[in-house]
Design a protein around this ligand. Structure first.
Ligand SMILES: Cc1cc2nc3c(=O)[nH]c(=O)nc-3n(C[C@H](O)[C@H](O)[C@H](O)COP(=O)(O)O)c2cc1C
Length: 258
Protein backbone atom coordinates (compact mmCIF):
# COMPACT_ATOMS: atom_id res chain seq x y z
CA UNK A 1 0.00 0.00 0.00
CA UNK A 2 1.49 3.35 -1.03
CA UNK A 3 2.09 5.88 1.78
CA UNK A 4 -0.47 8.27 0.33
CA UNK A 5 -3.15 5.75 -0.60
CA UNK A 6 -6.68 6.72 0.48
CA UNK A 7 -6.93 3.54 2.52
CA UNK A 8 -3.76 4.32 4.45
CA UNK A 9 -4.72 7.97 5.09
CA UNK A 10 -8.15 6.87 6.35
CA UNK A 11 -6.65 4.13 8.56
CA UNK A 12 -4.21 6.58 10.16
CA UNK A 13 -6.98 9.15 10.69
CA UNK A 14 -9.25 6.49 12.23
CA UNK A 15 -6.49 5.20 14.49
CA UNK A 16 -5.72 8.73 15.61
CA UNK A 17 -9.40 9.36 16.39
CA UNK A 18 -9.55 6.13 18.36
CA UNK A 19 -6.42 6.92 20.39
CA UNK A 20 -7.65 10.47 21.10
CA UNK A 21 -11.11 9.35 22.17
CA UNK A 22 -9.61 6.73 24.50
CA UNK A 23 -7.32 9.41 25.96
CA UNK A 24 -10.15 11.94 26.43
CA UNK A 25 -12.61 9.46 27.94
CA UNK A 26 -9.94 7.98 30.26
CA UNK A 27 -9.06 11.51 31.43
CA UNK A 28 -12.76 12.27 32.02
CA UNK A 29 -13.23 9.09 34.06
CA UNK A 30 -9.97 9.46 35.98
CA UNK A 31 -10.56 13.12 36.76
CA UNK A 32 -14.27 12.89 37.60
CA UNK A 33 -13.55 12.05 41.25
CA UNK A 34 -11.21 15.02 41.53
CA UNK A 35 -13.76 17.27 39.80
CA UNK A 36 -16.41 16.15 42.28
CA UNK A 37 -14.01 16.89 45.17
CA UNK A 38 -13.23 20.33 43.73
CA UNK A 39 -16.95 21.06 43.33
CA UNK A 40 -17.59 20.20 46.99
CA UNK A 41 -14.60 22.29 48.06
CA UNK A 42 -15.77 25.26 45.98
CA UNK A 43 -19.24 25.07 47.53
CA UNK A 44 -17.73 24.92 51.01
CA UNK A 45 -15.56 27.92 50.22
CA UNK A 46 -18.67 29.87 49.19
CA UNK A 47 -20.49 28.91 52.36
CA UNK A 48 -17.50 30.09 54.41
CA UNK A 49 -17.31 33.32 52.40
CA UNK A 50 -20.99 34.08 52.98
CA UNK A 51 -20.38 33.63 56.71
CA UNK A 52 -17.20 35.77 56.59
CA UNK A 53 -15.21 32.76 57.82
CA UNK A 54 -13.07 32.15 54.75
CA UNK A 55 -9.35 32.81 55.25
CA UNK A 56 -7.06 32.76 52.23
CA UNK A 57 -4.34 30.14 52.56
CA UNK A 58 -6.04 28.13 55.33
CA UNK A 59 -7.27 24.65 54.39
CA UNK A 60 -11.00 24.72 53.57
CA UNK A 61 -11.47 21.42 55.43
CA UNK A 62 -10.17 22.99 58.67
CA UNK A 63 -12.31 26.12 58.33
CA UNK A 64 -15.37 24.10 57.35
CA UNK A 65 -15.11 22.08 60.58
CA UNK A 66 -17.04 24.89 62.31
CA UNK A 67 -20.03 24.47 59.95
CA UNK A 68 -22.79 21.99 60.78
CA UNK A 69 -25.02 21.20 57.79
CA UNK A 70 -28.65 20.27 58.50
CA UNK A 71 -31.68 19.55 56.36
CA UNK A 72 -34.84 21.63 56.67
CA UNK A 73 -38.25 20.39 55.55
CA UNK A 74 -39.77 23.54 54.04
CA UNK A 75 -43.33 22.28 54.51
CA UNK A 76 -43.07 21.57 58.23
CA UNK A 77 -40.67 24.49 58.70
CA UNK A 78 -38.34 22.39 60.82
CA UNK A 79 -35.26 20.19 60.67
CA UNK A 80 -35.55 16.76 59.06
CA UNK A 81 -33.39 13.66 59.46
CA UNK A 82 -34.62 12.08 56.25
CA UNK A 83 -31.35 12.69 54.37
CA UNK A 84 -27.66 12.89 55.10
CA UNK A 85 -27.01 16.66 55.14
CA UNK A 86 -23.43 16.12 53.97
CA UNK A 87 -24.46 14.49 50.70
CA UNK A 88 -27.97 15.89 50.14
CA UNK A 89 -28.18 18.11 47.06
CA UNK A 90 -31.30 20.29 46.89
CA UNK A 91 -30.46 21.35 43.32
CA UNK A 92 -30.72 17.72 42.24
CA UNK A 93 -33.79 17.21 44.46
CA UNK A 94 -35.52 20.17 42.76
CA UNK A 95 -35.47 18.10 39.55
CA UNK A 96 -36.72 14.91 41.21
CA UNK A 97 -40.54 14.57 40.94
CA UNK A 98 -40.65 12.67 44.26
CA UNK A 99 -38.76 15.41 46.08
CA UNK A 100 -39.92 18.58 44.43
CA UNK A 101 -42.96 20.76 44.44
CA UNK A 102 -44.38 23.16 41.88
CA UNK A 103 -44.48 26.74 43.09
CA UNK A 104 -47.84 28.36 42.30
CA UNK A 105 -47.23 31.24 39.85
CA UNK A 106 -48.41 34.05 42.17
CA UNK A 107 -45.92 32.87 44.82
CA UNK A 108 -43.04 32.26 42.43
CA UNK A 109 -41.25 35.58 42.93
CA UNK A 110 -37.85 34.02 42.18
CA UNK A 111 -39.21 32.59 38.89
CA UNK A 112 -37.85 29.09 39.55
CA UNK A 113 -41.09 27.11 38.86
CA UNK A 114 -40.19 24.18 41.16
CA UNK A 115 -38.30 23.78 44.36
CA UNK A 116 -36.99 20.96 46.47
CA UNK A 117 -39.18 20.09 49.46
CA UNK A 118 -36.00 20.00 51.53
CA UNK A 119 -33.10 22.43 51.75
CA UNK A 120 -29.67 22.10 53.28
CA UNK A 121 -28.87 24.89 55.73
CA UNK A 122 -25.59 25.48 57.55
CA UNK A 123 -25.21 26.30 61.22
CA UNK A 124 -22.18 28.00 62.69
CA UNK A 125 -22.08 26.91 66.32
CA UNK A 126 -19.93 27.92 69.25
CA UNK A 127 -20.30 25.81 72.39
CA UNK A 128 -23.60 24.57 70.99
CA UNK A 129 -24.94 28.11 70.54
CA UNK A 130 -26.00 29.32 67.12
CA UNK A 131 -23.75 32.11 65.83
CA UNK A 132 -24.82 32.23 62.21
CA UNK A 133 -27.26 30.48 59.93
CA UNK A 134 -26.36 30.18 56.25
CA UNK A 135 -29.20 29.67 53.79
CA UNK A 136 -28.97 28.73 50.11
CA UNK A 137 -31.03 30.97 47.82
CA UNK A 138 -31.54 31.09 44.06
CA UNK A 139 -33.64 32.80 41.44
CA UNK A 140 -33.70 34.25 37.95
CA UNK A 141 -31.63 37.28 37.01
CA UNK A 142 -31.70 38.69 33.49
CA UNK A 143 -29.85 35.87 31.71
CA UNK A 144 -29.46 33.13 34.24
CA UNK A 145 -30.45 31.48 37.48
CA UNK A 146 -28.29 32.97 40.22
CA UNK A 147 -27.25 30.69 43.10
CA UNK A 148 -25.94 32.07 46.37
CA UNK A 149 -25.82 31.91 50.12
CA UNK A 150 -27.06 34.44 52.65
CA UNK A 151 -25.81 34.28 56.19
CA UNK A 152 -27.85 35.58 59.12
CA UNK A 153 -26.58 36.48 62.58
CA UNK A 154 -27.96 34.70 65.66
CA UNK A 155 -30.92 37.12 65.78
CA UNK A 156 -31.99 35.52 62.45
CA UNK A 157 -32.64 38.89 60.86
CA UNK A 158 -29.28 40.71 60.57
CA UNK A 159 -27.29 39.84 57.45
CA UNK A 160 -23.71 38.74 58.06
CA UNK A 161 -22.89 38.07 54.42
CA UNK A 162 -24.43 37.46 51.02
CA UNK A 163 -22.71 36.14 47.91
CA UNK A 164 -23.47 34.30 44.71
CA UNK A 165 -21.39 31.32 43.65
CA UNK A 166 -22.95 30.70 40.25
CA UNK A 167 -24.68 32.91 37.69
CA UNK A 168 -24.48 33.90 34.05
CA UNK A 169 -25.09 37.66 34.29
CA UNK A 170 -22.96 39.97 32.15
CA UNK A 171 -19.52 40.82 33.59
CA UNK A 172 -19.40 44.56 34.38
CA UNK A 173 -23.23 44.81 34.40
CA UNK A 174 -25.33 42.23 36.25
CA UNK A 175 -22.03 40.47 37.07
CA UNK A 176 -21.36 43.29 39.55
CA UNK A 177 -23.22 41.15 42.09
CA UNK A 178 -19.74 39.66 42.56
CA UNK A 179 -18.15 43.06 43.21
CA UNK A 180 -16.77 42.98 46.79
CA UNK A 181 -18.05 46.54 47.39
CA UNK A 182 -21.58 45.55 46.46
CA UNK A 183 -21.37 42.36 48.49
CA UNK A 184 -19.94 44.09 51.58
CA UNK A 185 -22.84 46.55 51.81
CA UNK A 186 -25.11 43.67 52.87
CA UNK A 187 -23.39 43.24 56.23
CA UNK A 188 -25.64 44.62 58.94
CA UNK A 189 -28.74 44.95 56.75
CA UNK A 190 -31.91 43.67 58.38
CA UNK A 191 -34.35 41.27 56.77
CA UNK A 192 -37.42 41.60 59.00
CA UNK A 193 -39.06 44.62 60.64
CA UNK A 194 -40.04 45.01 64.29
CA UNK A 195 -43.16 42.87 63.82
CA UNK A 196 -41.45 40.14 61.81
CA UNK A 197 -42.62 41.52 58.46
CA UNK A 198 -40.29 41.00 55.48
CA UNK A 199 -38.65 44.35 54.75
CA UNK A 200 -35.38 43.74 52.94
CA UNK A 201 -35.20 45.20 49.44
CA UNK A 202 -32.74 46.10 46.72
CA UNK A 203 -33.23 49.83 46.08
CA UNK A 204 -33.57 51.30 42.59
CA UNK A 205 -30.39 53.38 42.96
CA UNK A 206 -28.04 54.15 45.83
CA UNK A 207 -29.54 54.06 49.30
CA UNK A 208 -29.72 57.46 51.03
CA UNK A 209 -27.74 57.07 54.26
CA UNK A 210 -30.20 59.40 56.02
CA UNK A 211 -33.18 57.27 55.04
CA UNK A 212 -34.56 55.93 58.35
CA UNK A 213 -35.24 52.64 56.55
CA UNK A 214 -31.72 52.37 55.06
CA UNK A 215 -31.03 49.31 57.23
CA UNK A 216 -33.60 47.38 55.18
CA UNK A 217 -32.26 48.55 51.81
CA UNK A 218 -29.26 47.60 49.66
CA UNK A 219 -27.95 49.61 46.71
CA UNK A 220 -29.17 48.61 43.26
CA UNK A 221 -26.83 48.04 40.32
CA UNK A 222 -26.35 50.95 37.90
CA UNK A 223 -27.36 49.91 34.36
CA UNK A 224 -28.44 46.49 35.59
CA UNK A 225 -31.89 47.01 36.97
CA UNK A 226 -33.04 43.59 35.82
CA UNK A 227 -30.34 41.61 37.65
CA UNK A 228 -30.89 43.78 40.74
CA UNK A 229 -34.61 43.08 40.55
CA UNK A 230 -33.82 39.37 40.32
CA UNK A 231 -31.81 39.61 43.55
CA UNK A 232 -34.66 41.50 45.23
CA UNK A 233 -37.16 38.90 44.05
CA UNK A 234 -35.17 35.86 45.11
CA UNK A 235 -34.59 37.31 48.59
CA UNK A 236 -38.28 38.06 48.92
CA UNK A 237 -39.15 34.52 47.89
CA UNK A 238 -36.64 32.60 50.00
CA UNK A 239 -36.93 34.76 53.11
CA UNK A 240 -40.71 35.00 52.79
CA UNK A 241 -43.67 32.85 53.85
CA UNK A 242 -43.17 30.23 51.11
CA UNK A 243 -39.43 30.03 51.81
CA UNK A 244 -37.51 29.95 55.09
CA UNK A 245 -39.64 32.40 57.12
CA UNK A 246 -41.75 29.76 58.96
CA UNK A 247 -38.54 27.85 59.82
CA UNK A 248 -36.78 31.03 60.99
CA UNK A 249 -39.75 32.01 63.17
CA UNK A 250 -39.85 28.59 64.78
CA UNK A 251 -36.10 28.57 65.31
CA UNK A 252 -36.37 32.03 66.86
CA UNK A 253 -39.08 30.86 69.28
CA UNK A 254 -37.83 27.46 70.21
CA UNK A 255 -34.07 27.57 69.68
CA UNK A 256 -32.11 24.61 68.37
CA UNK A 257 -33.64 22.05 70.72
CA UNK A 258 -36.32 19.87 69.09
C1 LIG B 1 -24.93 43.03 25.97
C2 LIG B 1 -25.78 43.49 27.11
C3 LIG B 1 -25.70 42.83 28.32
C4 LIG B 1 -26.50 43.21 29.41
N1 LIG B 1 -26.42 42.53 30.57
C5 LIG B 1 -27.22 42.90 31.60
C6 LIG B 1 -27.18 42.20 32.82
O1 LIG B 1 -26.40 41.25 33.05
N2 LIG B 1 -28.03 42.57 33.81
C7 LIG B 1 -28.92 43.62 33.63
O2 LIG B 1 -29.69 43.90 34.56
N3 LIG B 1 -28.94 44.30 32.50
C8 LIG B 1 -28.12 43.97 31.48
N4 LIG B 1 -28.17 44.67 30.32
C9 LIG B 1 -29.01 45.88 30.26
C10 LIG B 1 -30.48 45.52 30.14
O3 LIG B 1 -30.76 45.16 28.85
C11 LIG B 1 -31.33 46.72 30.58
O4 LIG B 1 -31.08 47.77 29.71
C12 LIG B 1 -30.95 47.15 31.98
O5 LIG B 1 -31.13 46.11 32.87
C13 LIG B 1 -31.82 48.31 32.42
O6 LIG B 1 -31.19 48.82 33.58
P1 LIG B 1 -31.16 50.38 33.90
O7 LIG B 1 -32.61 50.74 33.99
O8 LIG B 1 -30.46 50.47 35.21
O9 LIG B 1 -30.42 51.05 32.79
C14 LIG B 1 -27.39 44.30 29.25
C15 LIG B 1 -27.46 44.97 28.03
C16 LIG B 1 -26.67 44.57 26.96
C17 LIG B 1 -26.78 45.31 25.67
Amino acid sequence: MSRDSTKKVLSVALLLCLVCSVLVSSAAVLLSERQERNKIEEKRKNILQAAGLYKQGEPIADLYAQIAPRIVDLQSGWFSDRFDPVTFDSRAAAKDPTLNQEIPAPLDLADIKRRSLYKEVYLVLESGQLQQLILPVHGKGLWSTMYGFISLADDLTTVRGFSFYEHGETPGLGGEIDNPNWKNQWQGKRIYGENGELRIEVAKGTVDKNDPNAVYKADGLAGSTLTARGVDNLLKYWLGEDGYQPFLERLQQQGLEP
